[in-house]
Write a protein that binds this ligand. Structure first.
Ligand SMILES: [Zn+2]
Length: 255
């Protein structure tokens, strides 16, 4: 009887850990068209993941643990990335930055190094930010492999985790990246910093939608800079622990 109980406990633990969330993130400031656009993209993207057709595509972490991971897309730049790093440093939070390799030039290289040196992840957001779902297999691999090599030349680490620009994937993208040993990282909570230019609305959106194990999507833009500090404090007040993406997921970030 006791054995049976532990068996079901084990089963329950595994099945919960495999729960794939719906993507949240909303605001009364979004118009009807944008809401419709977002909902369509979310359903179309998540259905093949939740039904097991797309494999190795991560949306969220374990729902049993009160932890979240912050992720920032589209760095580096010569302004907001440094500001985000200052705020993260002040709060002692480690995050993941999905970077675009083509913008890692001249004055921006030092901020890529700084991101790595301060214990954040420098991950792959392609070479030039195309919709990967518009490309053929060799172009998909080219975009990701060249970006990873460029990141490795700066940080010393070849990232195994990538985020598709616009969250745009199809079966060819998933298959190609899986064949290349890469893991697709989406998100379960969209801060909407890219469409809400109001930092209070971004904080309110995150706080009212957060769940255990959320991967939170943000960007290196002025709205995220303005909202980050308060967001971290309010999440901490609600008892959430911040973990770096690879630690929350229990996976390797680098080759
Ligand atoms: Zn992007």
């Amino acid at each position: 009887m006791i054995r049976l109980f532990f068996f079901f406990l084990l089963l329950r633990t595994f099945s919960c850990a495999d729960t794939i969330y719906d993507i949240r993130g909303s605001s009364p400031l979004l118009d009807a068209n944008m809401t419709q656009f977002l909902n369509t993209w979310r359903t179309d993207t998540l259905t093949p993941i939740q039904s097991g057709i797309y494999t190795n595509v991560i949306v969220n972490g374990n729902p049993n643990h009160k932890r979240v991971a912050l992720t920032f897309d589209d760095a580096p730049d010569d302004n907001n990335t440094d500001k985000l790093l200052d705020i993260l440093d002040y709060h002692g939070v480690k995050a993941a930055f999905f970077m675009i390799a083509r913008t890692m030039v001249e004055g921006n290289i030092s901020v890529v190094q700084r991101t790595n040196d301060e214990g954040h992840l420098v991950l792959n957001h392609t070479l030039s930010h195309p919709r990967l779902s518009d490309l053929n297999e060799s172009s998909i691999v080219y975009q990701l492999d060249h970006a990873a090599e460029q990141i490795e030349s700066i940080t010393g680490h070849y990232p195994l985790l990538y985020r598709p620009p616009y969250g745009s994937i199809n079966s060819l993208v998933v298959e190609s990246t899986n064949n290349h040993g890469l893991t697709t990282i989406l998100w379960s909570l969209d801060s909407l910093d890219w469409t809400l230019k109001d930092s209070d609305a971004v904080v309110e959106n995150v706080i009212s939608n957060v769940r255990n194990g959320d991967i939170i999507l943000m960007h290196r833009n002025a709205t995220s800079v303005a909202s980050l500090s308060e967001m971290i404090e309010e999440l901490k007040n609600k008892g959430y622990l911040f973990e770096r993406l690879d630690e929350m997921l229990g996976i390797r970030a680098y080759r």
